[in-house]
Each structure stands twice: as structure tokens, then as C-alpha cells.
Design a protein around this ligand. Structure first.
Ligand code: ZN
Length: 139
């Protein structure tokens, strides 16, 4: 694909350099047949270096994952070659099925159908706690 001329798709911009691949995997883009470009270590006036992910398809993305990995990222939605929406990310208060509770005694370990829900405890330190057993994650 010509990465500069996405007609319908999503461009995740201003990703902290080095986080692009992580985001790519967490969004499970490696499991799709979509045309995806990861541009790494782009020189950016504001940030020094950044990563960019361009997805040549208008697919629903779990933006909570983007916001969790890099709250500084921006998500641009492109339709018919035009930028129709620009979203600034911020750390979500609640994460569902992004983090997984590692406590073997947690109810989510025994009840497989339960969603893994984490609640933001400390925005500065990026600390989340399991909603069920309060085990800490992230940071
Ligand atoms: Zn738990």
C-alpha cells in the first residue's frame, strides 16, 4: 500500500518510539490479513522520535489498548481520504480484557467467562488494580 494515501483507515500517531511494535501485537494486528504499516523512529519535532501505525482498513480498534500503552498517542480516522476524526488518548478509568489478573485465587482464574476488569488507581504511575481481588497490575 501507499502509506501516504490511505482512503479508509486508521492512523495511530505520536506513539512513543519503541512502543509501536508492542501496540501492534496487543491490538492483534499480527493476526489479521489487513494491510498495516509500522513506521518506527520517525523524527518528530515535539517528541524527538515517534512510531506511527497505519492501518489501511476502517476497523474497530480497542482504543483502550492504545490509551493504556501510550496515553500520548493520537488516533486519526480517515474516510474517503479525509481526516474525519482525531482522538487524543488518555488513560482509561476501566480496562476490560486488556490486562489479565495473575492471582491464582482470583475469581477470574476459576470463572473463565468473566471479563478481566481493572480499575485505574494512580494516573501518574499508571497503576491498575483488579476489580475483583485488588491485585495490582501495570506500573
Ligand atoms: Zn483478580
Amino acid at each position: 500500500m501507499n502509506i501516504d494515501s490511505i482512503q479508509n483507515g486508521v492512523v495511530i500517531d505520536h506513539i512513543k518510539a519503541g512502543q509501536g511494535m508492542k501496540l501492534y501485537h496487543l491490538l492483534k494486528l499480527d493476526e489479521t490479513e489487513l494491510s498495516v504499516a509500522i513506521i518506527r523512529n520517525v523524527t518528530s519535532g515535539k517528541m524527538g522520535k515517534k512510531d506511527i501505525i497505519k492501518i489501511d482498513a476502517d476497523i474497530p480498534l480497542n482504543l483502550d489498548i492504545v490509551a493504556y500503552v501510550d496515553p500520548g498517542a493520537t488516533v486519526n480516522i480517515i474516510r474517503s481520504g479525509e481526516l474525519v476524526e482525531k482522538r487524543q488518548m488518555e488513560l482509561p478509568e476501566i480496562l476490560t480484557d486488556v490486562l489479565y489478573c495473575k492471582n491464582p485465587r482470583c475469581i477470574t482464574s476459576t470463572e473463565q467467562e468473566l471479563h478481566h476488569v481493572f480499575k485505574l488507581e494512580d494516573r501518574e504511575k499508571k497503576v491498575y488494580r483488579c476489580l475483583y481481588c485488588e491485585t495490582k497490575a501495570g506500573g
